[in-house]
Design a protein around this ligand. Sequence first.
Ligand SMILES: C[S@@+](CC[C@H](N)C(=O)[O-])C[C@H]1O[C@@H](n2cnc3c(N)ncnc32)[C@H](O)[C@@H]1O
Length: 161
Amino acid sequence: MLLFVALLLLVLFMPLVLTHFTGAIWSPTSLRIAKRMLELSGLKPGEKLYDLGSGGGRIAIMSAKLGARAVGVEINPSLHLLAKLAGRGIPNLELRWGNLYKVDLSDADVVAIYLSPSGNRKLIPNLKKTQARCQDRLLPVAPSLSFEEERGADISLRFRC
Ligand SMILES: C[S@@+](CC[C@H](N)C(=O)[O-])C[C@H]1O[C@@H](n2cnc3c(N)ncnc32)[C@H](O)[C@@H]1O
């Protein structure tokens, strides 16, 4: 029994710890901030949004409900399952269990990002390949890239990669 509980805890919490090294640990964006991020991104119905590291799926789900074609990519299997549950039955929503650094962003209109600074840095080569508008929750993804910057409230910034 003790072994079972230990294994269960390992399965549930190890991915949380590991994602600290892969991009960012889970910290869900509040509904208010998610709404504001999407406003700032200028997301329109029919556009394609990728949420890279989608956690419980909030941004992807909200985008799909706004009529966008939303893709959430999450590496933590527990969070991926939670997102699948939360997003069941919503059209135009694709939730992938996978590594955000391996995603082809060539058809993206908007990329939502909320990662650690080192996670952001690793993403720069992929972002350079896309024309998408990048909506970063926290930090400039790459101050060295040329981009338009718009400040909104004090919660997020909008970038063109
Ligand atoms: C700060 S949370 C943001 C969650 C969500 N985007 C939101 O705003 O509510 C970062 C997420 O990225 C995920 N993550 C970290 N590294 C990843 C990787 N290499 N591939 C996919 N997801 C990753 C984490 O598991 C975590 O859920």
